[in-house]
Ligand binder design. Structure first.
Ligand code: AMO
Length: 432
């Protein structure tokens, strides 16, 4: 392509009478006598393009009036004052070429005027994303990742990338996808847990944005078999420091998102996220008492089920922590409290009934870790690669894992996690 292509928003900011060349998808066509009006959209904006039968060749006019909608076209022309109410400028076309024809029928209408169900949309995700509303979710997601990285970087954390192809379970035996790794078995990582803990003994504060895999057959609107987690781990942090890092990150990131992505939140029709620190905290015991008062029932040592969490969240609007979970339901690496070993130095971050993150202080003594692995019915020998690092000067440490997909779904008002993931994977979906 020889001439420069301007974005539609930059064409719209030109003076009247400026020559420009733009590219985009044909959204609408209307013929009115000798005039043809095309609404042309690119990834950010749209512009009205006018073809005057008397000013362009017959071939150009007929090609422009018959091009299938949603084809990708390049138009060269001159900006002129528009009589439409939505924009001050339009483009008077001089030449036109179809560079990416669309073949009809399309699997869905990317303008969103004709609604498609989520399954149909996910089957044709690349086209679905042409809908500006859908694209807004992924713009916000990209902003979130950038601001989270900025925040953690400013707090002295360094970004790391740990292995996703692993030889032994990270968090215990269950939920692993097994694969053939040359002549032996390998697994897909279910979290970076053990690596991030190990790294605190050399790098101090680390974070990772990674994709993890869990072989659970759960068909819910909040679980996927492949998900993205933002994990941190920091030397000399305890539970309180880890919680405060998490709430400060969310507060900082949501402030920046609200400033920079107001157009996207508006398009999605959701109010901009607000996260004042400190977030309210209640212990697992407090939560049990509250749920009991509201007529629910829970048993110490069991996870809070969705009914209980619904009751608990009924009077809460923002983010909150549930802390001090029973040691028996937390993984082996979470530290039991010094005062009461039945209770652990752990927390979950919640919004409404949805768990967004979990974390806590870890065990940093090899002997205690071995004891807990045994108590959990796991095989100490399988963790030998991990356990050996505890003899190399391991600092006390704490951290958390934060579900990026769940968070993005929540701030974009998406009721299903799949809305916030480009190509979601569940038991029934392995394509596209
Ligand atoms: P946990 O298993 O609670 O903790 O996971 C941390 C967070 O990751 C998200 N998440 C998921 N999101 C979508 N689909 C799933 N199947 C899924 N599973 C988890 C949730 C959850 O809160 N190693 C610990 C973290 C730590 O202690 O640092 C862990 O993995 O938002």
């Amino acid at each position: 392509m020889s001439d420069k292509i301007s974005s539609i928003s930059s064409a719209l900011s030109q003076k009247e009478g400026s020559p420009v060349q733009v590219a985009g998808w044909v959204e609408d066509q209307r013929v009115l006598g000798t005039l043809l009006f095309i609404t042309l959209r690119d990834i950010e904006s749209s512009i009205q393009v006018v073809f005057n039968k008397k000013a362009v060749s017959g071939e150009t006019f007929s090609c422009a009036s018959s091009v299938p909608r949603q084809s990708y076209v390049v138009v060269k022309g001159v900006t002129q004052r528009s009589r439409s109410k939505i924009a001050t400028l339009e483009l008077l076309a001089q030449s036109f070429s179809v560079v990416g024809p669309a073949r009809h029928p399309l699997p869905l209408d990317p303008t969103g005027r004709v609604e498609a169900n989520l399954e149909v949309r996910l089957d044709s995700r690349a086209l679905d994303l042409r809908n500006p509303r859908v694209a807004s979710i992924f713009r916000i997601r990209s902003g979130f990742l950038k601001y989270a990285r900025d925040y953690l970087g400013s707090q002295g954390f360094i970004e790391v990338n740990t292995a996703k192809l692993i030889g032994a379970a990270a968090e215990g035996g269950a939920e692993l996808f097994r694969l053939k790794y040359f002549d032996r078995d390998g697994y897909l990582a279910q979290s970076p847990q053990l690596y991030k803990e190990e790294l605190t003994l050399s790098l101090g504060r680390v974070f990772e944005v990674g994709t993890y895999f869990r072989a659970e057959r759960s068909h819910t609107t909040r679980h996927l078999n492949e998900f993205v987690s933002l994990d941190i781990e920091a030397a000399m942090y305890g539970k309180e420091e880890a919680m405060s890092e998490l709430e400060r990150m969310i507060s900082e990131v949501t402030k920046r998102l609200a400033e920079d992505y107001s157009r996207e939140f508006e398009r999605l029709g959701v109010s901009q996220p607000d996260a004042k620190v400190p977030f309210p905290r209640l212990t697992y015991r407090d939560a049990q008492a509250e749920i009991g008062k509201m007529g629910g029932s829970t048993k110490w040592g069991e996870d809070l089920d969705s009914e209980s969490l619904k009751l608990l969240s009924s009077g809460r609007s923002g983010y909150y922590f549930i802390t001090d979970w029973p040691t028996s339901i937390k993984p082996f690496y979470i530290k039991p409290s010094n005062q009461d070993s039945q209770v652990s130095e752990s927390f979950d971050l919640m919004v409404g009934p949805l768990e967004l993150a979990s974390g806590g202080e870890r065990l940093s003594s090899r002997a205690e870790l071995e004891r807990r692995i045994l108590e959990k019915g796991l095989n100490v020998r399988e963790f030998s690669e991990h356990l050996k690092v505890y003899d190399w000067g391991m600092p006390p440490h704490a951290g958390w894992g934060f579900g990026v997909d769940r968070f993005i779904a929540s701030i974009t008002g998406s009721s299903n996690i799949r809305e916030a993931v480009l190509f979601p994977r569940d038991e029934l979906r392995l394509t596209p």
